[in-house]
Write a protein that binds this ligand. Structure first.
Ligand SMILES: *Cc1c(COP(=O)(O)O)cnc(C)c1O
Length: 386
């Protein structure tokens, strides 16, 4: 789809060169290990088909990892012809798609393993499955006690071709500078993998590392890393950034690729003492120039940013006045010279020398960069730049 940005009222620009730089940085950091780039949640809000297309020429990326079969379908539709790892569950009605789209599913319960065993038998085709091991996140993994039953079923369904991958996911690696729990999980992982081997199942591909783990812990990188947020040029957290810095690392690794832009669709001069937006939560204290923007919480600009957020107009911050509405919001441009109708506004990203980052928006809204990005409405047009 080729849509001219100038014709739009709200759009997201994706920098192809920033994405390439982030992948190169990650690859160098993990010493050339293959990358499974996480494109779940519409590629962290960036646009799954656009990101899949941009990642295709980058050979460091062996896998895309997705949450759902529908996301996998979108990757295939966009032309992704390398491996896809399915991290989340497939509905019973969707299991055939695992063959159709050639997916590598995660196994976290015996029912799924049984269904996939039957599927591989029916199609006389091996399926590369990734067994998720429980190391302390208590989300998807299987425990030491359950291992013998899984191994037995793998052996029953010889057509599956054994256990291809074994994985786990860390619970407490982003939000802290104390990594004792991650170390404990890593020990657990090794113990469980050894137990699989003792039972006669040797996974070929071990992988545990999300962005924070891959960045901070060499020992978690194994045969493949599974970064998400860092692919898009964002640090997983302040703590990860700080820990990396304290380890003497280079902190100029990543560049955000997303800029969310909109345009001023109305300008109005409001006298002092007037209320702005629903709930009358803001009252002007002086003669005020308001710009009305055609975006709201439907688009992913959280209502929690009411009277808290800032956008950029002509490289200056313009504060949000009153409540963010469903499709509209008002910002104060009184202090910014020469503001005109249809001027470009940056909601997330850089404009001239000023930046409003996804991290800042997250702080203002009481959440994290992951949620700010992941909630960007998929209906906003995505435009690839340089
Ligand atoms: C989302 C996800 C990742 C990527 O995590 P980031 O913190 O975004 O790097 C890795 N592994 C699993 C299992 C995930 O669900």
């Amino acid at each position: 789809m080729k849509t001219k940005p100038a014709a739009m009222l709200s759009w997201i620009e994706l920098s192809a060169s920033a994405l390439e730089q982030n992948i190169r940085s990650l690859s160098k950091l993990v010493k050339g290990r293959p990358i499974a780039a996480s494109v779940k949640s519409n590629a962290y809000g960036h646009g799954i088909s656009q990101v899949a297309t941009l990642l295709l020429p980058l050979r460091e990326v062996w896998y895309l990892s997705v949450h759902s079969v529908e996301e996998a379908r979108q990757c295939r539709f966009a032309g992704w012809n390398r491996a896809i790892m399915l991290l989340g569950p497939a509905a019973p009605s969707e299991v055939d798609a695992i063959i159709e789209y050639d997916l590598e599913p995660t196994i976290f319960d015996i029912e799924t393993l049984d269904a996939l065993g039957k599927l591989s038998k029916k199609h006389k085709r091996a399926i590369k499955t990734h067994l998720k091991l429980e190391t302390g996140t208590n989300r998807q993994g299987i425990t030491a006690k359950e291992i013998p039953a899984f191994v037995k079923l793998y052996k029953k369904y010889a057509s599956l071709g054994g256990i291809y991958g074994a994985s786990t996911h860390f619970a407490n690696i982003e939000d802290t500078t104390n990594h004792a729990y991650a170390e404990h999980q890593l020990d657990q992982f090794k113990t469980l993998v050894n137990q699989l081997k003792k039972n006669g199942c040797s996974p070929k591909l071990l992988h545990t590392a999300s962005s924070a783990a891959a960045i901070l812990f060499e020992k978690t990188r194994f045969d493949l890393v599974r970064p998400g947020i860092s692919v898009y040029g964002h640090w997983p957290s302040k703590e990860t950034y700080l820990s990396h810095k304290l380890m003497g690392g280079n902190n100029n690794l990543f560049t955000p690729l997303l800029t969310w832009k909109t345009r001023i669709t109305q300008l109005k001069n409001v006298p002092a003492g007037e209320f702005v937006s629903y709930g009358c939560t803001y009252r002007t204290t002086t003669k005020t120039k308001l710009a009305v923007l055609p975006i709201g919480y439907y688009d992913g600009y959280s209502r929690a940013l009411s009277n808290r957020g800032h956008v950029l107009v002509h490289g200056h911050r313009a504060p949000v006045r009153g409540r963010v509405c469903m499709n509209l919001m008002m910002v104060d441009v009184t202090h910014i010279p020469n503001v005109k109708l249809h001027d470009e506004v940056v909601v997330i990203g850089r404009q001239k020398d000023e930046v409003v980052s996804a991290e800042m928006v997250g702080d203002w809204a009481g959440t994290i960069n992951y949620e700010v990005l992941g909630r960007l409405n998929s209906a906003i047009p995505r435009v690839i730049v340089k």
